[in-house]
Design a protein around this ligand. Structure first.
Ligand SMILES: NC(=O)c1ccc[n+]([C@@H]2O[C@H](COP(=O)([O-])OP(=O)(O)OC[C@H]3O[C@@H](n4cnc5c(N)ncnc54)[C@H](O)[C@@H]3O)[C@@H](O)[C@H]2O)c1
Length: 353
């Protein structure tokens, strides 16, 4: 009987908390696509914003996808998720971006056969300029914007530039998938699980020039934390195959699956957004693409570059003062150079888009 009463009390407390919180409004774009299909359930079931946070979930896709989006909407309804106060499916930006607390921008123009990188960039500048302007006009000024659609860093910069009334710090792009890939490779090599590995870093662009760096990473072995270099004693693997495996993991998944990463991308988005919402654990840092202004690592200002960050009170801070060796320096500069070139091309289009 005591156990039953305790459970009842717990349930009533939970119910009270759920009904007391105001719902937050969360947008997912590209909502008819494959990443969204893996992502929406996790958002709806409380795995991202907490089990007592009601949500109004807004789904945006382009007009030709409205039929598919209807199916996604039906499935979300059929999940009967108690935290979902409403689900809105639309192809209209003025509805999608209204009063947002969080915007997860997944939808973008995919690369088609024969398409030059420049053409892809141009098409995406157009999309992210429009969506940035819609955020500026309709969303809350406190909105947190997470860009996933590729080229994610430059799309994020474009959206931020197009939303001048929203602080630049509210924009970030996803490099958490690369971060998770790096953690997983180290864990596999050492025969531990990925939660035993922490503080890997992805520097720079979410592209094959990214630099996965484990110079500051730690692994828990027999209950003791040691540096990854010390634990592995295999510098040539760490400086060679490990880096290329992480850099080219996306292409390897496409080759095997004939489709790009979706389940792992959705999981990484959940990790990224949950950390923004609740903060990073003490003593741990994560990677995310953020504005480079004023960093201490010699990366030029005004790039959307992936750094190690800690997060508290929904605000990120770059982890400062990590020593950088010559090997890392070269790789960090190379990926910065690529981002500067992407930015230059994007900005040529931005004026005319
Ligand atoms: N940053 C990362 O780590 C990472 C990882 C994996 C994938 N991605 C990128 O995420 C994006 C989505 O991947 P996916 O596998 O879900 O693709 P997908 O093709 O399955 O879905 C994309 C969806 O976006 C929609 N869309 C296109 N333009 C839109 C617009 N202007 N507004 C709203 N919706 C729009 C499409 O109609 C489609 O439904 C791709 O650009 C992919 O390269 C990024």
């Amino acid at each position: 009987m005591g156990k039953y009463l305790k459970e009842l009390e717990h349930f009533q407390n939970l119910k009270r908390r759920v009904f007391r919180s105001e719902p937050i409004r969360v947008l997912v774009t590209g909502a008819a696509g494959q990443i969204a299909y893996s992502l929406l359930y996790s958002i709806g079931n409380g795995s991202v914003f907490g089990k007592d946070q009601p949500i109004i979930l807004v789904l945006l896709d382009i007009t030709p996808m409205m039929g598919v989006l209807d199916g996604v909407l039906m499935e979300l309804q059929d999940c009967a998720l108690p935290l979902l106060k409403d689900v809105i499916a639309t192809d209209k930006e003025e509805i999608a971006f209204k009063d947002l607390d969080v915007a997860i921008l997944v939808g973008s123009m995919p690369r088609r056969d024969g398409m030059e990188r420049k053409d892809l960039l141009k098409a995406n500048v157009k999309i992210f300029k429009c969506q940035g302007a819609a955020l500026d006009k309709y969303a809350k000024k406190s909105v947190k914007v997470i860009v996933v659609g590729n080229p994610a860093n430059t799309n994020c910069l474009t959206a931020s530039k197009s939303a001048p009334s929203i602080p630049k710090e509210n924009f970030s792009c996803l490099t958490r998938l690369d971060h998770n890939r790096a953690k997983a490779q180290i864990a596999l090599k050492l025969g531990v699980t990925s939660d035993d590995v922490k503080n890997v870093i992805i520097w720079g662009n979410h592209s094959s020039t990214q630099y996965p760096d484990v110079n500051h990473a730690k692994v828990k072995l027999q209950g003791k934390e040691v540096g990854v270099y010390e634990a592995l004693k295999d510098d040539s693997w760490l400086k060679g195959e490990f880096i290329t495996t992480v850099q080219q993991r996306g292409a390897a998944v496409i080759k095997a699956r004939k489709l790009s990463s979706a389940m792992s991308a959705a999981k990484a988005i959940c990790d990224h957004v949950r950390d923004i919402w609740f903060g990073t654990p003490e003593g741990e840092f994560v990677s995310m693409g953020i504005i480079s202004d004023g960093n201490s690592y010699g990366i030029p200002d005004d790039l959307l570059y992936s750094f190690p960050v800690t997060i508290k009170d929904k605000t990120w801070k770059v982890v400062e003062g990590l020593p950088i060796n010559d090997f890392s320096r070269e790789k960090m500069d190379l990926t910065a150079k690529e981002l500067a070139e992407e930015k230059e091309t994007a900005f040529e289009f931005l004026a005319s888009a």
